[in-house]
Design a protein around this ligand. Structure first.
Ligand SMILES: NC(=O)c1ccc[n+]([C@@H]2O[C@H](COP(=O)([O-])OP(=O)(O)OC[C@H]3O[C@@H](n4cnc5c(N)ncnc54)[C@H](OP(=O)(O)O)[C@@H]3O)[C@@H](O)[C@H]2O)c1
Length: 315
């Protein structure tokens, strides 16, 4: 699945591209399923990573689940035939909306046997982002009051589960249909963004995990008012809030952006939480690779629950 130039979902086309060439400590992987993420849609539309794409047609897609076809050397732990999942970084690594990709061994781990390839493909980018924001940056811990915006989304449903797992008091925002589900995931309190203004019902929050930014209804700016003095907001949709630093300083709180990176070691920890069933992935929709445009339309609707995944072949 390639695109030649920025545009709407219709620019995505099923195409033949040369087989990616594995080098050094990379693996060649046969892709069974690929995750669909907002960065894919943003890049397709000419934002996101678009400016770093050197040649077209280009292949989108960062996270995947599949089967090793070639490993870097004979005694490598991930031998041909091993089921793996992980995350690349388009356009620095080859895209996952394809039958094959190459990826550094540092970004890949064995697929948890408890997950199908379709489920596994929904994990890496979203779960690593949630871990980076909630665990590494916000240091989720017992009793911490953590507000998570968009708790029902791809990143959000992992963020709610990780924060609850580490004992935080999770307050999640979502629409009416998702409130009960957010509680099942571990939220202690839920706020319906379609009927309530969170800043009217909340205060003394230690951390805001902001997965909306100022893209919608000044969510990031409004979040500053619910933080305790010195509290922290971690902003996911980087670029949507250019005045972040000055606004946070004026409000007497701390603010930081966040950017996910491929990370096999952390993904291995997440795998263990999945295998022990402390954390689960929810796949809202599965599309054939040929229907990637339809998946992008659904994602850009802004209300998918959990993840959307592209099925590339039978695993
Ligand atoms: N910086 C990074 O490294 C990084 C990495 C990953 C993602 N991101 C960014 O983080 C954002 C979230 O990513 P994602 O994959 O989780 O997106 P997503 O799956 O598309 O998020 C969809 C969710 O947003 C919720 N939502 C929509 N409007 C809302 C509102 N006003 N208040 C609260 N929730 C609302 C929806 O819940 P309802 O249907 O219940 O409204 C839906 O479940 C995106 O902007 C993405 O680009 C950044």
């Amino acid at each position: 699945m390639t695109f030649m130039d920025a545009g709407g979902p219709e620019v995505l086309r099923l195409d033949s591209v040369p087989m990616p060439v594995r080098t050094n400590a990379e693996l060649l992987v046969k892709v069974v399923a690929a995750g669909v993420n907002p960065i894919d849609a943003k890049t397709r539309a000419g934002r996101g990573a678009f400016g770093a794409i050197a040649t077209f047609p280009a292949v989108l897609g960062n996270d995947f689940s599949g089967i090793v076809v070639e490993s870097p050397y004979e005694a490598h732990a991930l031998q041909p035939g091993t089921e793996v999942y992980g995350m690349g970084m388009v356009p620095r690594m080859s895209g996952a909306y394809a039958e094959y990709l190459t990826v550094t061994e540092l970004s890949v781990v064995r697929k948890p046997p408890t997950l199908s390839h379709v489920e596994a493909a929904g994990v890496p980018l979203a779960a690593l982002t949630a871990w980076g924001m909630v665990v590494d940056t916000a240091k989720a811990h017992e009793g911490q009051r953590m507000l998570i915006h968009a708790g029902a989304g791809g990143v959000g449903h992992f963020a709610v589960q990780f924060a609850a797992y580490f004992g935080a008091h999770v307050i999640a925002t979502g629409s009416t249909r998702n409130l009960r589900w957010l509680k099942e995931l571990g939220a202690s309190e839920v706020i319906d963004h379609s009927t309530e203004r969170f800043e009217e019902v909340l205060d003394e929050v230690d951390v805001v995990i902001d997965l909306i930014g100022n893209v919608l209804d000044d969510t990031a700016s409004r979040s500053l008012t619910v933080l305790r003095p010195g509290g922290l907001i971690v902003n996911g949709p980087t670029g949507s809030w250019p005045s972040m630093r000055t606004e946070a300083e004026a409000a007497g709180v701390r603010a930081t952006g966040y950017r996910v990176a491929p990370d096999g070691s952390t993904l291995a920890v997440i795998s263990r939480l999945i295998e022990s069933r402390d954390v689960r992935v929810f796949v809202d929709g599965v599309y054939d690779l040929a229907d990637a445009a339809e998946a992008h339309r659904a994602l850009e609707g802004g209300h998918t629950r959990g993840k959307l995944v592209l099925k590339v072949c039978e695993g």
